[in-house]
Design a protein around this ligand. Structure first.
Ligand code: NDP
Ligand code: 2IT
Length: 443
C-alpha cells in the first residue's frame, strides 16, 4: 500500500465520525502521491502523520446569559493545526452545524491555503455552535466576551491570529477584540478583519470575493477567456458572495442569481448588489426580501440555484453545497468555469465530473485565499504600526492571486498532472510546509 493510501486509512481510523475532515484529508493526500514518492524523506520523517494530527485542539464551554435572563451554554473550539511556516492563522465560524470534524477540515485546508499565499502564516481554525441569527447585539456581545474569556489564553499576535468566517464579521471581531484587550491589556494585532478605526486593513472586507475573481480572471485568461459578457451564478449572500458579485460585475460579467440558506433569487437583469448589501449587511434579513427591491426578480425555495444556466459558477456559501447532480445540470447548461469561494463547497463527485469534462475548476484553498492573504497584510500593517491605502492592498492582493494560480498550474505540470489545479494547489501548498517541517526536526 502506498504511503498516501496508508495515511488516508489512518485519518479515517483515528478520527471516527469526522466526515468533513476525512473528505478534506483524502482530497489532499490523494494528490500528494507523486510528491511523496519523489521525496522519501517525507515518509521517513513522518511528515504526513504529523501534518494530519493538529498541534493541539482546544475545546471549551461558552456560558452566556440571553435577553430573557436564561443561561445558555455553547461549545467553543480552536484547532491549532500547523505552525511550521508562521503563527496559526484562520477564521472563527459561528453556526449551529459547527463540530470538531468541521473545524478540523477547515484548519487542515487552511495549512495549504496559507502556504499558497506565500506569506508567513500557519494553519488553524475555530468557532462555536452558537447561532448568531435572530440574536440581539447584546446577546452576540455576551457570547463573544465569554468566548474570548477562554480563547485569549491560547492566542496572540505572534502565536495564533483568528479572524472571521461564517457568522463572524466586523461586529463580532469588534466584541472579541475589545474583550481580548480588556483581559490582557495588550493592544496588538491578535485578530484580523478589525474595524478601520482600530487596526483593520482597507480591502479586507472585499478581499475574499475580489481575490476569487482575480484568481478566476487569471485562470480564464490562460485559456483565452475572460469575465466580459459572461453569465455568473454566485451562491451565498454573505461576505464572500457579495464581493465576488461586485468584482465580477466590475469585470463586465452579469451575475444573475444569489442565495441564502432559505432560498435563491434569480434576476435576469443582473443582481442589484446595493439591494443585497442593504438586506444582508445592514438589516440582517433573508434574501427573500430582494423581490421587494426588484419586482421582476424571482424568489425560489425549490430546486437549486445551480439550475440557473450560467457560464461561470462561484459557490460562496458553505461546504458540500454543490453535488453531483448540480454539476451535471451546470455542465448541461454550458458552464465553462467553476471557482470555489467557499471552503470545499463541491463534493468530490462533482469535482471529478467537472475535471473529467474539461471544465476549468478552481479549488477553494487556492481561489479563496485572498481573504487570509489580506489578513496577513493586516498583520504586517499592525506590526509596522502603519496603514496602507486601499489601492496598495488591492494591488498586492491581485498580485498574490495571480501568483497562486501560476504556482498551482506550474506544480501540476511539474508532477505530471498538467491542468489539474486541485492537485497543483495541494502540491504547491504542501511542499513549502513539508520542507519547513523537515528543517525543524521531529516536533
Ligand atoms: P457569511 O456568514 O458572511 O455568509 C455565508 C452565506 O452562505 C450566507 O448567505 C448564508 O446564508 C449562506 N449559507 C450558509 N449555509 C448555506 C446553505 N446550507 N445553503 C445556502 N446558503 C448557505 O460567511 P462568509 O461569506 O464569510 O463565508 C462563506 C464561505 O466562504 C464559507 O465556506 C467560508 O469558510 C468561506 N471563506 C470565507 C472567508 C472570509 O474571509 N470570510 C475566506 C475564505 C473562505 P444564511 O444567512 O441563510 O445562513
Ligand atoms: O477560510 C478562510 O480562509 C477564512 N475564513 C479567512 C481566515 C483569515 O484568517 O482571514
Amino acid at each position: 500500500m502506498s504511503y498516501t493510501s496508508e495515511m488516508i486509512d489512518r485519518v479515517v481510523a483515528k478520527n471516527p465520525g469526522e466526515k468533513e475532515f476525512h473528505q478534506a484529508a483524502r482530497e489532499v493526500l490523494e494528490s500528494l502521491a507523486p510528491v511523496v514518492e519523489a521525496n522519501p524523506a517525507y515518509q521517513k520523517m513522518g511528515v504526513l502523520e504529523r501534518l494530519t494530527e493538529p498541534d493541539r485542539a482546544v475545546l471549551f464551554r461558552v456560558p452566556w446569559v440571553d435577553d430573557s435572563g436564561k443561561v445558555q451554554v455553547n461549545k467553543g473550539y480552536r484547532v491549532q493545526f500547523n505552525n511550521a511556516i508562521g503563527p496559526y492563522k484562520g477564521g472563527l465560524r459561528l453556526h449551529p452545524s459547527v463540530n470538531l470534524g468541521i473545524i478540523k477540515f477547515l484548519g487542515f485546508e487552511q495549512i495549504f491555503k496559507n502556504s499558497l499565499t506565500g506569506l508567513p502564516i500557519g494553519g488553524g481554525k475555530g468557532g462555536s455552535d452558537f447561532d448568531p441569527k435572530g440574536k440581539s447585539d447584546r446577546e452576540v456581545m455576551a457570547f463573544c466576551q465569554s468566548f474570548m474569556t477562554e480563547l485569549y489564553k491560547y492566542i496572540g499576535a505572534d502565536v495564533d491570529v483568528p479572524a472571521g468566517d461564517i457568522g463572524v464579521g466586523a461586529r463580532e471581531i469588534g466584541f472579541l477584540y475589545g474583550q481580548y484587550k480588556r483581559i490582557t491589556g495588550l493592544y496588538e494585532g491578535v485578530l484580523t478583519g478589525k474595524g478601520l478605526t482600530y487596526g483593520g486593513s482597507l480591502a479586507r472586507t472585499q478581499a475574499t470575493g475580489y481575490g476569487l475573481v482575480y484568481f478566476m480572471d487569471e485562470y480564464l485568461r490562460a485559456h483565452g477567456m475572460s469575465f466580459e459578457g459572461k453569465r455568473v451564478v454566485v451562491s451565498g449572500a454573505g461576505n464572500v458572495a457579495i464581493y465576488a458579485c461586485e468584482k465580477a460585475t466590475q469585470m463586465g460579467a452579469k451575475v444573475v442569481a444569489m442565495c441564502d440558506s432559505t432560498g435563491w433569487v434569480y434576476d435576469e437583469e443582473g443582481i442589484d448588489l446595493a439591494a443585497v448589501k442593504q438586506i444582508k449587511e445592514v438589516e440582517r434579513k433573508r434574501i427573500a426580501e430582494y423581490v421587494n427591491y426588484r419586482p421582476k426578480a424571482e424568489y425560489h425555495t425549490d430546486g437549486a440555484i445551480w439550475d440557473v444556466p450560467c457560464d461561470i459558477a462561484l459557490p460562496c456559501a458553505t461546504q458540500n453545497e454543490l453535488h453531483l447532480e448540480h454539476a451535471e445540470t451546470l455542465i448541461k447548461n454550458g458552464v465553462v468555469a467553476v471557482g470555489e469561494g467557499a471552503n470545499m463547497p463541491s463534493t468530490p463527485e462533482a469535482v471529478h465530473l467537472f475535471q473529467s469534462k474539461g471544465i476549468l475548476f478552481a479549488p477553494g484553498k487556492a481561489s479563496n485565499a485572498g481573504g487570509v492573504a489580506t489578513s496577513a497584510l493586516e498583520m504586517s500593517q499592525n506590526s509596522q504600526r502603519l496603514s496602507w491605502t486601499f489601492e496598495e492592498v488591492d494591488q498586492k492582493l491581485h498580485g498574490i492571486m495571480v501568483n497562486i494560480y501560476r504556482n498551482a498550474a506550474a506544480a501540476a505540470e511539474k508532477y505530471g498532472v498538467a491542468g489539474n489545479i486541485v492537485a497543483g494547489a495541494n502540491i504547491a501548498g504542501f511542499t513549502k510546509v513539508a520542507d519547513a517541517m523537515l528543517a525543524q526536526g521531529v516536533v
